[in-house]
Write a protein that binds this ligand. Structure first.
Ligand SMILES: Cc1cc2nc3c(=O)[nH]c(=O)nc-3n(C[C@H](O)[C@H](O)[C@H](O)COP(=O)(O)O)c2cc1C
Length: 204
């Protein structure tokens, strides 16, 4: 009965901030294209990124950083994205270029998270990559805790080196585009793995 009640509840309320437990068990991203105003203002964005500074980071290397693309920079981002796309794919069609334009204009706010690995004799790059993923996750958590929704996407703009150069150095990679705003429509549940497929006891 308790299980039934809980699963029904989870279908109706996401990012429930009543308690830490209710939040973490109802966490849900929003698709960037489904986000509308309001989005976080500058102090709220600073608060979110400050929260994410508590991400686990072996050796204190901070292999991550964030570039905020402000709303008045979105048209410029669209132009640059489309130019970079055309340079790489000269036969691109109108729809592909429109997709780049939409990518640049989704949601009220956009953070570009860069994976910024540091030279270390002690800490392998793999651990720095894990930390960068955790950093992105913590930005999402922080956005939800501020009462907004977040969405972490990648796609072509995350893998193009010329787009990476808009934001960072050749040693860096785009870990994700994190969009922030409010949901335009109710969030819907997404199927989750079965616990039994994920958790096992060691049979050593
Ligand atoms: C590294 C990474 C890249 C992602 N890129 C995309 C993407 O390009 N497009 C997309 O629809 N979802 C992408 N996702 C998935 C969404 O961020 C999100 O996790 C998913 O829609 C499920 O929502 P949830 O966070 O509520 O589980 C990506 C997730 C990760 C971890």
């Amino acid at each position: 009965m308790a299980i039934l009640a809980r699963s029904a509840y989870m279908h109706f309320m996401f990012n429930d901030l009543t308690s830490p437990a209710s939040y973490i068990t109802t966490r849900r991203s929003c698709r960037p294209r489904d986000m509308i105003a309001p989005g976080p203002d500058e102090p709220q964005i600073r608060a979110m990124v400050s929260t994410a500074l508590r991400t686990p980071d072996h050796g204190k290397l901070t292999p991550w950083r964030v570039v905020h693309v402000t709303s008045d920079q979105r048209a410029r981002l669209s132009e640059k994205l489309q130019a970079a796309y055309l340079a790489e794919k000269p036969n691109a069609g109108r729809l592909e270029l429109e997709a780049m334009d939409m990518f640049a204009h989704h949601a009220p706010e956009l953070l570009v998270v860069l994976y910024s690995p540091k030279q270390s004799r002690k800490i392998p790059e793999w651990e720095q990559e894990l930390s960068a993923g955790a950093f992105c996750m913590n930005i999402l958590h922080a956005a939800h805790i501020e009462g907004f929704v977040g969405g972490w996407i990648t796609g072509w703009p995350a893998y193009s080196e010329s787009v990476r150069d808009f934001f960072g150095q050749s040693s860096e990679r785009v870990a994700g585009y994190i969009y922030l705003g409010s949901p335009a429509k109710p969030l819907e549940e997404r199927p989750r793995p079965h616990l039994g497929d994920i958790l096992s006891s060691w049979n050593g």
